[in-house]
Each structure stands twice: as C-alpha cells, then as structure tokens.
Design a protein around this ligand. Sequence first.
Ligand code: 1HN
Length: 348
Amino acid sequence: MSTRRFSSPDPELAELYSDLSREHLQPLWELKDLLTPTPTVQSVPHRWSAKQLRALGERAGRLVGIDRGGDRRVLACANPGLDDAPYAVATLWAAVQYLGPREVAPAHRHTPAALRFVLEGAGVWTLVDGDPLSMSAGDLILTPSWTFHEHHNDSDKPMLWMDVLDLPVVAALEAVFFEEGPSKQVDRRTDPVSYSERTYGSTGLLPPPGARRAPAHSPLLAYRWADTDRALDRRLDVTGAPAATMTYVDPTRGGDVMPTMRCEAHRVRAGQSSPRVRQTGSRVLTVFRGSGIASIGSERFDVAAGDIVAIPSWVPWHLEANEQLDAFSASDVPVLDALGLYREQAEQ
Ligand code: 1HN
C-alpha cells in the first residue's frame, strides 16, 4: 500500500508532502480527528431479532453441513456501522450457533476466548479441555483462551446459543493462533457434574490454595441459571431497587471470569427501568426471559427473549421491563480497566 499523500497549493510544501509520502511519513499537522474530546465510535446501536436468528439458524441447519460451516454453524452479528467486519461491536464477536440433533462440532482451540450463553433448550455438551459441561437454558459456559473445545448434541432437538468472543481485540493485537484438535473424532462423553463444577462450584468453598489451578481465567467453567436466578432475586430483595446487576466472578480470585470479558446478569422488575449509564467499552446483551425496551442512544428497541443488542462505547443505555426482564451481557470492561481507560457516568 502506498502512503497517503497530502496536497498544498504552495509548490514547496506540495513537494515536501510528496517526498514525505515516498518515505512513508505523514505530517501530524494535516491529520484531523486523531484526538477527539469524546470517543469516536463506529459501531451503532442495533438489535438482531430472535425470530430471525432462530429461523435463519434453522435454514442454515438444513442447507449447510457442519463441515461446510468450518466445523461450526455460526451466524455472526455484523454491526451495520462496522463496514463488513463480522463484529457485533468494535471489540466483541457475537453470534448464534445452531447445532442440530445428534450433530457434533469437533475440537479445536484458539487464542481468542469464547463464552456461550444458552438461549433455549438443553442436551448439548461442550467439552473444555476434556471436561464435559452440560448446556441448558440460562447457563453461562466459558471456553477460555487456548482451551480445546468441542460440542455434541446428545438430544433429538436442535439447540441454539449465543457465542461471544474477544476476537476483535486479539486480532487487533495480532495474537490470533488456531489449532485443530488431535482428532476429528468427537468425544461424546457426558458427566452429570463437570470436574470444574465439582472442584470450584460450591459457593464459598474451595480446595486448599496448593490444590487449586491458577489459570488466567476462572477455573469454574459453568455458571448455572438456577444460581444466577437466585442471586438476582436475593439482590433485588436486599436493595429493593427497580433493577439488579450481578457480575459473574472467578471464585478463586473474585475478579472477572476471563481477562478480556466481563459477564453480567441483569434483572429489571416488571414496569421498571434500570439506571441509564454511559460507559467506555463495548457490550452485547441478550434477553433471556421477559420483554421490554432496550434504550440505546436515541434508539428504542422492543426486545424479547433471544434478541441480541449491540451497545457501543460511550452510548447511554438502559432497559425497561414490561413483564420482569432477565438479560445477560458481555463487555470488554476488564481490558479498559487494566489499561486505566474505564469511565462510567450516570445519565438522565
Ligand atoms: C468458535 O470456535 C466457536 O467453538 C464459535 O463454538 C464461534 C467464532 C469465531 C471463531 C471461532 C465454537 C466462533 C469460533
């Protein structure tokens, strides 16, 4: 690629600009919009409707075998503001994945970290580094960076879930690595309770420090809806507030579940709203149960179970519930936090 060339009516300056360009140099004094008073945000608020996601997922299921889908049948949410990038917001990949009855998606691993939030159904198993984790509606399943993962549908029904990855961040850092699993043969093991949950899944109780694993992510890889539901209920009970947000944490450290993504569960009481906030960083949110409005910037999207919305950086947003609204969101806040770039302010 050639370096951008600047022009000037002054012949001497024009010659300078031409020589700069030849040497792949650009004059700062001609560069506009490098430093803006507030963030320049390319992605726009958007909603992908559950009805369309499900219908198109089913059609893809009929037409596209897992092989042709590159081992995964995934429909990526592509933000209309991000040109043709398959990214839901600047820093997050979000998608729905459709796995038909008895289908399998063989093992691989990559440096981008992934999480799955199950929108409906049950009967799929994800093996993460060989540990079989069941997937049911409302569960959060982690597939941290560089862990092998494979999915198999043990049931007679198709299943649909939301995948979120930090792929845009890892791609921007030019640190994407990918590797196929040792075998194309899918491991169809199941386990009533995963190793991860047996070891790290008892509230407030852990094995002694010397017996714990200390990966860069939570060693607890599955967060069950029953626990999330209870936690949200109790929080609303305690605060009496119109809405509650609970953060999923690594039980061994108390921090975010993965270094690049924060996961949160939200509940808004019927007829109430969550506080309107503006935050740096990008977020994707999916409605798990109930219905209402996702107000994002000047947009007001009607939302119901299974809808996915894009909440770009520094755009004020809140949720309004018709009946009680439960939602799950993932954001890049840990990255901003680590770099000292996280800002948050309450909005009217
Ligand atoms: C991936 O590995 C999965 O394993 C889902 O289920 C979506 C999107 C981009 C890159 C890798 C999966 C993905 C992905």
